[in-house]
Design a protein around this ligand. Structure first.
Ligand code: SF4
Length: 498
């Protein structure tokens, strides 16, 4: 994750993963799953299937990967039906960072053929100690095919002295630190594993007698799968023919266990879809709660019947939070109105920028437009999920001001982001984060954005929005700098990968 690109001013996650075992249409199921997970990575996609070749008496892995959306990479149905044959599959959606976008060797799933057979991997997260491991392996002669941290898991498994492939994979996972929710495919099994902090989500489900795993449960809904449970932090789940026959999922545990779980709280704020259940909690519920709690922070209250206050969301990511905000405001009799003041285009194409033009402004205008009639002469409260660099927010405010509002107030459903993420979310370096550029001075950020007031949701209210009944904890490092997993000193360098 080490080079950062905020092409649209929002943090990006690196990936979405999906796996299926024991389904006659595994590739099609995987395709639909990846479609539902498209929001987790839009720059490349891939599917690998395992097929038994009766005439050759051996297993074969079939692979299709490419740059673009899932619908671009798999636009020819024949690829799914005639190339990607087999009853098991894994798939991956990838978001790549600057410079590596065109590096096709970084597109997952990665596949190797080695002494124990075929092995494929799809990874969501970031391995924090991979640089030191990579240097060690390179010094010992390992040749890497990509610049991704994920590839190291395949090399570590292949070097293991264990005969059993599952134990090889366990050994590989015991070497790495950081964040991973992974799906792996061997000739005859599907493996799903999650780091012991449980940074990224990973859920297990069932459809038509087959087992499925996915980054988010919205991928189950599209294929009619039933959610069974999450893969537990530190758990390695193995699905094979025995599991299909007995219904008893096999699991083992990585040896390096964290005493405390640290789910990424930002998955609730921005990244996961509101129709998903992650970490055992409905995202919609948490996001509404964020809005409800935000509504009580520095509320904008009409001063007279003529004083009209409208609330608008920055679609689509802050829609649910905004609903919570409005519900709470009206419950408290604040007489404010929800309006669709910003319209988002879902069909943003290329920009053709002249050197003298403001690239950011054109990008924002291509993506958003205002409904001027509902903003003109009103006090406008914008609810957004986060402010990262602040460049897009500033352009959005400028756009809204062109509609002639009386005042503009900005509300953010998380605390100021002050620290980079090393666990799979693509935040820029500290220097580029607006909260850091102004040394945490909220009023200076307010002035920079050009709004009448600016408020963030405090960290304790953010945590209160997603309570867990079993004492599980959250990672909040990008807000408070408390990194639950030590960072490889090399990790903060601007080396590009994944
Ligand atoms: S640093 Fe922030 S984005 Fe990264 S895992 Fe922690 S909470 Fe999530």
């Amino acid at each position: 994750m080490k080079e950062f690109a905020h092409k649209e001013g929002k943090p990006r996650c690196h990936c979405g993963v999906f796996g299926v075992f024991g389904h006659p249409e595994a590739s099609v199921i995987c395709y639909y799953g990846l479609q539902a997970l498209q929001h987790r990575g839009q720059e490349a996609a891939g599917i690998v299937t395992s097929e038994w070749l009766e005439d050759k008496n051996k297993w074969r892995f079939n692979i299709q990967k490419g740059v673009g959306l899932v619908s671009d990479v798999f636009k020819d149905e024949k690829i799914l039906r005639e190339v990607l044959k087999g009853n098991s599959a894994i798939g991956h959606n990838r978001y790549s960072t600057t410079g590596s976008a065109d590096n096709k060797s970084n597109i997952q799933p990665f596949v190797v053929n080695y002494k124990s057979g075929n092995l494929a991997l799809g990874h969501n997260g970031n391995l924090t100690n991979y640089r030191s491991l990579r240097h060690k392996l390179q010094n010992e002669g390992t040749i890497f095919q990509s610049t991704s941290d994920s590839e190291i898991l395949l090399h570590l498994a292949a070097r293991s002295k264990h005969e059993d492939q599952i134990l090889q994979i366990k050994e590989a996972l015991d070497y790495v630190d950081g964040a991973y929710s992974i799906v792996m495919l061997t000739d005859e099994s599907l493996i799903a594993a999650r780091d012991s902090h449980g940074f990224r989500p990973l859920a297990l489900g069932k459809v038509d007698g087959a087992y499925v795993v996915a980054s988010e449960t919205c991928a189950f809904d599209i294929i009619g799968a039933e959610y069974i449970r999450d893969i537990a932090p530190g758990e390695i789940v193995v699905i094979d023919r025995d599991v299909i026959a007995t219904g008893e999922v096999k699991s083992l545990w990585i040896s390096k266990r964290s005493p405390q779980v640290h789910h990424c709280i930002f998955e609730f704020v921005y990244f996961s879809r509101p129709d998903s259940k992650i970490f055992g909690i409905n995202v919609d519920r948490v996001r509404r709660k964020l809005g409800k709690l935000l509504a009580d922070i520095d509320p904008v209250i009409p001063q007279s019947p003529e004083d009209k206050v409208v609330i608008i969301s920055v679609p689509d990511s802050s829609n649910t939070c905004t609903l919570g905000y409005v519900t709470e405001s009206n419950k408290k009799g604040r007489n404010i109105r929800l309006e669709l003041g910003l319209i988002r285009s879902h069909y943003v194409g290329r920009t053709f920028i002249q050197p003298q033009e403001n690239h950011r402004e054109i990008k924002v205008k291509m993506k958003y437009n205002t409904v001027k009639g509902v903003l003109n002469g009103r006090k406008v409260v914008i609810v957004d999920d986060s402010i990262v660099r602040g460049t897009t927010s500033k352009q959005l405010v400028k756009l809204i001001k062109e509609a002639g509002p009386k005042e503009v107030h900005f509300r953010v459903s998380c605390p100021p982001i002050k620290f980079p993420c090393y666990y799979g979310m693509d935040f820029p370096s500290s220097e580029e984060l607006i909260a850091n550029r102004f040394n945490g001075d909220i009023d200076a950020v307010r002035k920079e954005l050009g709004v009448d007031s600016l408020s963030y949701l405090p960290i304790e209210k953010l945590l209160a929005s997603a309570p867990t009944d079993d004492g599980r904890n959250y990672c909040t490092a990008c807000f408070d700098g408390n990194y639950p997993v030590a960072i490889d000193p090399e990790a903060s360098k601007n080396e590009n990968d994944q």
